[in-house]
Structures are given as structure tokens and as C-alpha cells.
Design a protein around this ligand. Sequence first.
Ligand code: TYD
Ligand code: MG
Length: 465
Amino acid sequence: MAKAKTRFVCQECGRVTAKEMGRCPSCGSFGTMVEEYLETETKGVHRHAVSVESKPRRLHEISGDAEKRMALPIGEFARVLGGGIVPASLVLIGGDPGIGKSTLMLQMALEMAKQETVLYVSGEESERQIKMRALRLLRENDGSMGKLPENLYLLTETNMDAILHHVGAITPDLLIVDSIQTIYLPELKSAAGSVTQVRECSSRLREVAKLSELAVFVIGHVTKEGEIAGPRVLEHIVDTVLYLEGDRYQAFRLLRSVKNRFGATSEVGVFEMVDRGLREVLNPSEAFLAERMVNAPGSAIAVTMEGTRPILVELQGLTSPTNFGNARRTPNGVDFNRLLLIVAVLTRRMGLKLGEQDIFVNVVGGMRVDEPAADLALAAAIASSLFDRSVYADVVLIGEVGLSGELRWVGQMNHRLREAQKLGFKRAVIPRKLGQGEPLPAGIEVIEARSLREALHHAILPKES
Ligand code: TYD
Ligand code: MG
């Protein structure tokens, strides 16, 4: 006999309790415990039945070959995945609405369907809308139309059981679900997008992926706080979590891996949104510096590492006398607290009068720079604006700034210097190196500085006399 069972689930953190509670015992949020019904299976033995399909194996008997991967012709995407699509895996793609998740997935589907069978399930858009988008993505440079692949199936469906039925019928190699918040399991009484639905649907997709050797990509919406909507467990259920990010009003998009069971994290793929979808940016540094105004005060070039790849970015600072009330600090692309720290060091250790200045900071191209290695460039951009003297056009700045105004060494220095040199920079201001290590690359003049003061002295043009 089926019996309806009820439980309470926190919509914030996913904590499950048997009793109703006004406050979640895990995350402490008030009024977030929502009642859910679930049809339990017939009480009885088979809940405790032991599965005999699994069997312990000796470690040395297990093949240690790298997983087979399906080649993905979009290089920037493949890099983030760790080199192609792994069968029997579940990948979550998160990002703000309108950032380009559906576009990226459809582009991947069109590419993969040349070799494999692909099923694209959408609970968000109509067949016609998706067809129109596909045609747009297939348009060639000369205006002619690329060929629609034979083996790309489209399904507009939100019922998980129906989706699984079609997966069984078509047996695709690749399944795309757009989005996890729109699909639901009919046996659960809660609405699509609720914590329970999101969790159960993704567990189901995971099972299918593992059992049918199927690669599954699910799109997930992101909340205002920048986290993938749904319980945190969602991130534990999937093998890989990718974020597509960028400024909606700018063309660049970064695909970043934050979790990857099959490759390195913090790899980044760079794309540009054009009228025919997302185009790979093969040389991001060049693209980010393309619109740079040389010899303009308030601009400095940092070299940050994104995964294994060094990327040059322009940091801009603008100081302007405060008109009213408290001075404002407005960072765009850098961490607020990092900015406060740099401003404090410039004020206390270098005596810069920033107390009555509004300070705006921007990373050009919609990049986010969180690495301490960009501290020096950030400080230089602000100081340069305040002095109204520009940073030398052929200089990059690399280094972390400490609380006493000292410069600290950062990793991967040679990588960074070689990239700067490749892009035509002649000099680099970097921290003083302690101890031995790989010799620094030739071809770029390295100026070592012990302190922020020393570094800025070398980087910023002297006062005209
Ligand atoms: P979309 O993939 O629908 O975003 P998401 O699924 O993350 O919500 O992308 C929507 C935006 O991308 C939309 O504002 C239009 C833009 N876009 C282009 O600029 N060029 C294109 O070729 C396509 C397909 C979309
Ligand atoms: Mg979409």
C-alpha cells in the first residue's frame, strides 16, 4: 500500500527535517522550511534488499587508462572540460539569465551531432525558437547556411519520466537538459524548481548517465547571490560544474570550471558573443588590450593566471574628489575588500591623499580578477589617476601587495613574463625574488622592486618639470 509521507525541506540549504520548524537547524534561516509530500514505496523488504550487481574489485585489476573522451571541436570549451566530453558524466552549466548558456549548449549540440547522436531537451523555449537559433548559429561567414546535422533531436518537455522514456528510445550519446529548474518528477508533489525537484531530477539524470554511458549536460539558473539555484547538494551530485560568466553588456564570456572530477579546475575558456553565437577567443590577452589607450593616466596592465594560462588585462582606476558625504569605493571586476586593502596601503604607507576621493576601479572586457598578483597593477592604476601621470605604456605590473607596503612574490612568474613579452611589452615591474629558482626569461627587462613605493617609482612617469 502506498502511503503519503511528508517532510520539511529548507529552501535555502536543502536541510531535511521530519518535524515542522520555524527556523532551519542547519543554516538558521527563518521561514524557509517548506512541507513536501512524497509517495513512499510500499513498505517492505525491498527497501533493504541488497543489490548484488556491484562487487569489490582489486585496485590493481582496475584499468588505469584515462577515461575515453568524445572529441569536442570547440577548443576553448574542451579545455575547460579537461579535453573533451567524458561519457557517463553529468555536467552542470550555471550562469545568469541571458548570458548565453542555451547558445553555448546548442552550439555544442550542433558540433557533436556531426559524429554522435544528441538529444536536446528544452523546458524553456519552443521548438521554433530553438530552430531559429540553430539556423542563426549555422550561418557561415559568407552568408550561406551550414548543414543541419541529421542526428540532433529536439524535445520540448518538462516531465522527467517522459524525458527518460525518450532517452531510452533514442539512446543518444549526449543529452542536454535546458534547464534543471524547469523539469519535474511527477511523483513528487513539489513544484518544478523546488529544492526537492532539482535534487531528485539531477540524481535521476546522474543514474541515467552512469547506467547508459551517456554524457549529460544540465543548465542551471543562478540566484541573485551568484550561486546555482537549488540545494548545495546539486554541486555534489554532478561531476563537473562550469560557470558561464561575463558582463551582459560586454561581448566577452568566460567559461570557468569550479569543480571537475575529470580535469583541473580554474581552467578558463574565453568566448565573444557575436551575431552568430559564441566565438572562441584564441588570444584573450590581445582581445582584452585591443581598445587600450596608451599614455592615459589611470591604466595599468596586470598579468593574471586563469588556470594554466596567463592573461593580460587592463585595470583602470579613476579618482575624483568626493562631493558629498563619505568617499565612495566602486570596484567592477575586483573584490571590494581587496580594493579597500590596496587603498589603505596607498594611504598609510605611501601617504596618498585618498580619503576625500571617490575611487572607481574597472577591469576592461568584463573580466574578474581575484588574484593577489594583480594588486600591484591595481595600486598603480589608482595612484596613476590620482597623480594624473600615466603608467609607462610598455610596462606590465605583477605582484602582491602586503600590509606594510611590501611587494610579495607570486607563482608562475616565468609564464606571466613570457606572455607579456609575446604581446610586445618591454618591461615588467615585479617583486624582488628571494632564493633560487628558474632563471627569469630573457627578452623582457625585469625591474625588481621591494616595496610598492619602489615599484610605482619605476612604473609611473615622472612629474613634468
Ligand atoms: P541565451 O543563450 O538565450 O542565454 P541563457 O540561456 O544563458 O539565458 O543567450 C541570450 C543572449 O545571447 C541574447 O541576449 C541574445 C544573445 N545572442 C547573440 O548575441 N548572438 C547569437 O547568435 C545568439 C544565439 C544569442
Ligand atoms: Mg536559456
